[in-house]
Write a protein that binds this ligand. Structure first.
Ligand SMILES: Nc1nc2c(ncn2[C@@H]2O[C@H](COP(=O)(O)OP(=O)(O)OP(=O)(O)O)[C@@H](O)[C@H]2O)c(=O)[nH]1
Length: 261
């Protein structure tokens, strides 16, 4: 059987920086609205194929696209082109760790042109995985959640304090998992952080949770799931997180066949 392989797609807006100030600086709320709508559309399309996309910096989005082929990628570019005053370039790469796949995807896109090159429009580089090379364990998702965030923070401290607490925990976890385990972590709202972890080698979840508590005082729990796509692995992770809630545990794995949806 093939080694589990994660497929990542870097989504980058073409020549967006210059556009935001041409012919003069555009209203910030208009840019925010455009970015949010564009992310929502890309998310729906990637999600239909079983992938996950994270908004990252909005002008650069990071997607886990196991199961999405060339046609799916072209369809994303078409949707954006038909609905927005901007276009997107896409770079696909696969590797045994998420960090390595994203590094490769980034290098490929950098090679075909700068993010601010007016001649680079709708580049599509890299090759999606062949279906025969895919396995049921290609994607590992770890869904982290702050323990009792509502009673400890939301209902107790002011909203900005709660926001700072969760983003500090996020930054600490993100750095640890990237440096120690080659995983990519993203804040997805509320008190939730989704990490895309390597399937091919173990991830130190215990170490990550302990590190965040030692650095920030914030206690996390995590559900871990695997699947053929990000969606399958993510659903499996959500079920594992429910097990944490039921059992009062900090780490649960759902290695059984991924739940449908
Ligand atoms: N993106 C995302 N956000 C979620 C999810 N579940 C909860 N949230 C968000 O997280 C906030 C807190 O919810 P919970 O995590 O269930 O609440 P809690 O007080 O931490 O309780 P426990 O998680 O049981 O310890 C909610 O208001 C939502 O904004 C999820 O699966 N995905």
């Amino acid at each position: 059987m093939s080694t589990p392989t994660i497929q990542v797609t870097l989504v980058q807006l073409d020549n967006y920086g210059p556009w935001t100030v041409t012919p003069e600086p555009r209203r910030e709320t208009d840019l925010q609205s455009l970015q949010a709508r564009l992310f929502a559309d890309v998310s729906r399309q990637v999600g239909t194929g079983g992938g996950y996309v994270f908004h990252s910096r909005f002008d650069n989005m990071i997607a886990v696209t196991n199961g999405l082929d060339d046609e799916d990628h072209t369809a994303i570019q078409r949707t954006v082109r038909n609905q927005y005053p901007v276009t997107v370039s896409l770079s696909v790469a696969a590797s045994d760790t998420p960090a390595a796949a994203l590094e490769l995807a980034s290098e490929r896109l950098q090679r075909v042109g700068s993010a601010q090159d007016s001649n680079r429009e709708e580049a599509l580089v890299g090759d999606p995985l062949d279906d025969e090379a895919r396995t049921a364990e290609d994607v590992t998702v770890a869904h982290f959640d702050v323990d009792d965030f509502t009673s400890r923070y939301t209902d107790r401290v002011d909203a900005f304090d709660a926001h700072m607490s969760v983003t500090t925990a996020y930054a600490t976890l993100m750095r640890y998992l990237y440096r120690e385990c080659d995983a990519l972590s993203f804040f997805v709202g509320g008190d939730n952080i989704v990490s895309i972890c390597p399937s091919a080698e173990p991830t130190n979840y215990q170490g990550a949770i302990q590190h965040v508590t030692a650095e920030t005082g914030i206690e996390l729990k995590v559900g871990i799931g695997r699947g053929r796509t990000a969606h399958e692995a993510g659903m499996s992770a959500k079920h594992a997180l429910e097990e944490c809630r039921t059992n009062g545990t900090r780490i649960e794995r759902d290695l059984a066949t991924a739940h449908g949806d």
